[in-house]
Design a protein. Sequence first.
Length: 694
Amino acid sequence: MKPIFLVCFLLCLLIPTSHATPDHDDSTSSGTSIIFYTLGSLDYAFDIFSLPTRINPPISIAHEIKITDGPSVNFNGHFPSPSSSPSLLSLLRNQTLLQTVDNRPDPPPLQLVYVSERNGVSNIYYDEVYFDNTRSTRSIRKRSSFEVPERVQVPLLNLEDSQNRISMKDRPSLAGDYLVYVSTHEDFGVARTSTAAVYSTKLKSGVTRRLTPYSVADFSPSVSPSGKWTAVASYGASGWEGEVKELSTDIYVFLTRDGTHRVKVVEHGGWPCWGDETTLYFHRRGEDEWWSIYRAILPKNRPISTESVVIERVTPPGLHVFTPATSLGNKNFIAVATRRPTSKFRHIELFDLEKNEFKELTRLVSPQTHHFNPFMSSDSTRVGYHRCRLGGNGRESSKLLLQNLPSPDPDISLFRLDGSFPSVSPSGDQIAYTDFPGVYVINPDGRNRRQLYDGFAFSTAWNPVHKGIIYTSAGPKFASVGTEVDIISINVDGVDQSRIKKLTTNSKNNAFPSPSPDGKWIVFRSGRSGYKNLYIMDAEEGEKGGLRRLTNGSWSDTMPNWSPDGEWIAFASDRDSPDSGSFELYMVHPNGTGLRKVIKAAEPISYPHQYQPYGEIFTVKLNGSDVKRLTHNPYEDGTPTWVPRRIKAVDVKWLEDRPGCDFEDCHWLSDMSSHGGAKANLNGAQCGGPGGSF
Ligand SMILES: *[C@@H]1O[C@H](CO)[C@@H](O)[C@H](O)[C@H]1NC(C)=O
Ligand SMILES: *[C@@H]1O[C@H](CO)[C@@H](O)[C@H](O)[C@H]1NC(C)=O
Ligand SMILES: *[C@@H]1O[C@H](CO)[C@@H](O)[C@H](O)[C@H]1NC(C)=O
Ligand SMILES: *[C@@H]1O[C@H](CO)[C@@H](O)[C@H](O)[C@H]1NC(C)=O
């Protein structure tokens, strides 16, 4: 089971590192590499599935159709509206899929638009899947019997434009000639603001238009049945204020054509979905704490103001209900995701708007797996959603140890490691990381994995001089200043308990060791004074061998990192506004002089429906210039580490089968005790994956 891992406020910062300052790097011809950890993402083996809505029990897995193709991460699907058929046909013709188009079998194929992350690049795809609708069991049509391929698959956006290539895409919908979606490709580098905006691309011409005003972030677009209006959840220009449980958004409506006539229709709401041209369903956390579906009735005549909109709660308290989906074919029910006090898993259900009754679907099929973000076919006969393809707690044979990601900087190859707090040995031949519990080393090719420590520990660092010595902080993460956490050193090649040495002795919270380049000293942060400040101690004897305070103040200084030339210690600090959750990057000389701020924290909110919707990897020059964003995705990327040499830009698989789909829903959804539900367990803080949650 994956742990509570509330790392964001420490780790999403710009962390210059022990092995290169970009401007001192003279090996640019060969370049360098960065390895980082991402909360959950290598467990998100999502595919899109579908169930018929009109089925009589018993419902079984035989009713479920897998629509997407497996090898990538596929999520947030949408059944295109029939009005998009002409555009899709001409697109397919142009893609020399003409034959397919003109040999369409009857019944027509299942059509799907969705987000797909392939080799770390997200794009929006269109798939047609040929299946036999007439039988009760799923059955994918074969080319041999129908003279068509089983699947037609077309990326809908041309990412050749490099600016567009590495960016996050989300929530596509297709109506008429236009694909409407979220993208983060216009990055202005403004701290703590989001680059998520809604765009429309005309399928026939590829012409893309931004619909979101500059300085505003829009998420979750939904196009009205006529195609005329688009509704979005929007986050203003004021910047992110740091609430992870709910990124409070308002709902706006504008003309799909050009983004004009933009007007706020609902204060405090997310995930809008049109019932008809004047009805929107959305979710919000109600005053009784239950997430619920609400309905907004817009006046027929414009202009609209929030006062003229009538809002009604649709779903009852007693369970969490979110991410509504409507269908034009039948306005009497909506599809929703729920968290019931009786289940630790998120499931798709139908909700009858007349009888106020739920009809469970996915819990009857795969009870032990989360199901996310339903969407309905326009004839209301099918509901789609995404879930892990492995089912509950399966093991995955193709799980990646190191995922190579496309890098916008040709001098840096980028890798996501399936392990937290990575650091690489000075010779580059071993990676240390932590799991929960445990400290491990592994070769970059996946061989020779060894557990070095079996307790709870976080952060790892190698001594640059003394071969095979690593440091870690042993104890609970995110603990108070007075909780005992100790810096320990571990001799990687040692054979018995004597290989582990405790370096701190004061029984307070000591963490994030980083050794000096001569291997003699360790800088770390400690809560011993009542505040988390920085200290330097002897690397071999620990604080017994010498201890010096480096910073002093009633704020938090943390995650220090000694520069390769020994001149600087970089660290994160909230000294500008203590306890705000907003950390900035500082540097100081090891003798305590020369303190300066490098850069304000730059946490762009990528995504509102994710546990920690921020945390991307950046590089920055020491004078604060040339900020480059290296990652764009809906996950929390953190704890980057430079690698002493460039690693070949290829994926590396685990050599053994590893647990896949091993993540949990947002932990606060499990705690239903405060509002009358059963108290479920609070372990695990992860939340749902892309589009998983909010
Ligand atoms: C920052 O440093 C880089 C070199 O490291 C230099 O090219 C650039 O001009 C500097 N920028 C400022 C604003 O001083
Ligand atoms: C069809 O393809 C050609 C050449 O690849 C391209 O120039 C044209 O814009 C495309 N038209 C449509 C409708 O996609
Ligand atoms: C830390 O700062 C406080 C308040 O300014 C001061 O009283 C104390 O002596 C300082 N401690 C050290 C070790 O500098
Ligand atoms: C502190 O260290 C810096 C860099 O190592 C050095 O330039 C400076 O002279 C030192 N200052 C004092 C007061 O020792």
